[in-house]
Design a protein around this ligand. Sequence first.
Ligand code: SF4
Ligand code: SF4
Length: 68
Amino acid sequence: MIDIIVDAGKCTGCGVCVRVCPKGPRIYRIVEKDGRKVAEVVDRSFCIGCTTCVVSCKPGAIRLERGW
Ligand code: SF4
Ligand code: SF4
């Protein structure tokens, strides 16, 4: 399974990852943490490793890793 790591320090909560991911809200949701919006991974098991989220995230907050 692929690990999806969101760097909360870089994430602006823009929601682009939710929109561009073919599995969208099954994988990502935007939550509020410490008064700011940030992307959270709901269920990484839906990820097909297409890397669309990684290349679409302007601040470069998403990283994929092989993980089981
Ligand atoms: S696209 Fe990047 S900056 Fe925008 S919400 Fe997703 S992880 Fe955060
Ligand atoms: S790699 Fe593709 S399927 Fe996986 S979270 Fe990113 S956009 Fe979604």
